[in-house]
Ligand binder design. Structure first.
Ligand code: ZN
Length: 457
């Protein structure tokens, strides 16, 4: 059977910023209130009301608040036209020009969180409220800070080349829009995307994109269990170097030598017993072992896939893990809690997306992923978060609105495509995980960001 799906797929792991910095700035139209991270404010020359503190020193003080708020547009600072003190704790600044499409009023109020002696400043911006980061070190006289309290953390996203090239069921419907997809991701706080390779062809396509978008993208290298058959198709007997794998090795050696290397991980490798028509168990296991051998040479972290095959997966991978100190991530995990805990026990991280929240068993599993092992992904263009599912809907109440979407045959550049998942939905994955675990979204975002950064970036 010819498998129509050309899974020369680009899969991504996207990481979004967790800790805003004053250099990390982006301009958005002030009328756009769709996101948290669009408008980065700096306070400079702030004088904090007297809490026994003079300007910046924490002592003395003058009992008023003055904030000279600056707006940074893509690295260029826009000074306010004027700032006025409104009362003891708030000041208001007007911005005009500087690339803004309309005048913008920013009110900054000194508003330390209860029980915290430090500085806390909240903003409202054309009527839209922002809080400064509610964590240490937050606004100080010296520190610039960002006017948002939450941003996303680590994310894995899968892109099939096909859909992001406008191809659906083998037919071209629209122009490739990967640049727009990345832009939307970025607008929604997603800063890094890992393109996951599933086959040799996919590696070449991914590399093209990584070369084009090096600031945001890295890739993995490996053969997915669906493609395991390809490896052995054109070769002779066992024991001889396999041409397909040797090509992978050559590409890997070349990329690893680059500084910085475009390679983030070895994978996607693993086992999938749901789709045995794509490759039988024996072929999958052989491909998994052969590639684990190669992974030990490369010393990259692993990007792993496991479906309905946990026992075999564990018995194959276990002896290799001591030789792979950077560990690995089991991505798009949708198994049971018991299976998840077995994988965590091996030291592996787990990442979840929309398919991890569908059944009660999966929800139970997600609740129990330790924050120290959690990563987030969208697995775009698949694995959407089902917003109307009553099990998760309440957690999505505060999700930022997404850009408009249209059917693929009515495509407009700059809009999303119906049912094609994208990295910009990663916030929704984070919100559901936070809701299920009963922790704040900041905790989830930060943990996942740190875990992904540590492992891959
Ligand atoms: Zn997978």
């Amino acid at each position: 059977m010819k498998v129509a799906a050309i899974f020369s797929s680009l899969l991504g792991l996207a990481l979004a910023t967790a800790i805003p910095t004053t250099n990390d700035l982006e301009r958005r139209d002030p009328s756009d209130k769709s996101g948290n991270s669009q408008f980065v404010l700096q306070c400079e020359g702030v004088t904090i009301p007297d809490q026994g503190g003079a300007e910046g020193a924490g002592e003395g003080g003058t009992g008023y608040f003055y904030s000279n708020v600056a707006f940074n547009a893509q690295g260029t600072k826009i000074e306010p036209v004027a700032c006025t003190d409104q009362d003891g704790t708030c000041s208001n600044c007007l911005f005009s020009g500087g690339g803004l499409s309309s005048d913008t009023n920013v009110t900054a109020c000194w508003n330390p969180p209860a029980g915290k002696a430090g500085c806390g400043i909240s903003f409202s911006y054309n009527g839209y409220d922002y809080d400064s980061q509610n964590k240490e070190p937050y606004c100080g006289h010296e520190n610039g800070f960002a006017a948002f309290s939450f941003d996303l953390s680590a994310v894995a996203v899968t892109f099939t080349a096909d859909q992001f090239r406008g191809i659906y069921r083998g037919k071209q419907y629209h122009e490739p829009d990967f640049a727009e997809v990345l832009k939307r991701a970025r607008d929604h706080g997603c800063e890094r995307v890992m393109l996951t390779t599933m086959s040799l062809d996919g590696a070449k396509q991914n590399l093209e994109l990584v070369r084009k978008f090096p600031d945001m993208c890295k890739m993995t290298l490996g053969v997915h269990p669906y493609h395991a058959g390809e490896i052995y198709e054109a070769q002779g007997s066992r024991g001889h170097p396999n041409a397909y794998l040797e090509t992978i090795r050559k590409i890997g050696e070349g990329l690893i030598a680059e500084i910085p290397s475009p390679l983030a991980a070895f994978g996607e490798i693993g086992l999938d017993y749901v789709y045995l028509d794509r490759a039988d168990k024996e072929t999958q296991q052989r491909a998994f072992k052969d590639q684990l051998e190669m992974a030990t040479e490369f010393q990259l972290p692993l990007f792993l896939h496991v479906r309905e095959s946990t026992d075999d997966f564990i018995s194959i991978i276990k002896p290799y893990l001591p030789k792979l100190p950077r560990g690995g991530l089991v991505h798009s995990f949708a198994g049971s809690k018991a299976e998840m805990l077995q994988l965590v026990e091996l030291g592996l991280d787990i990442s979840v997306n929309g398919v991890s929240f569908r059944s009660d068993e999966q929800i139970e599993m997600t609740k129990h992923i330790p924050l120290s092992k959690l990563q987030l992904e969208t697995d775009a263009p698949w694995c959407e978060v089902m917003e109307k599912d009553p099990k998760i809907e309440p957690f999505l109440a505060t999700a930022r609105p997404l850009p408009p979407n249209r059917k693929h045959n009515k495509f407009i550049l700059g809009q999303m495509v119906k049912t094609r998942n994208e990295s910009c939905t990663i916030e929704r994955v984070g919100l559901v995980v936070a809701g299920l675990k009963g922790v704040t979204r900041e905790e989830v975002a930060e943990a996942a960001w740190n875990n992904s950064s540590r492992m891959f970036w």
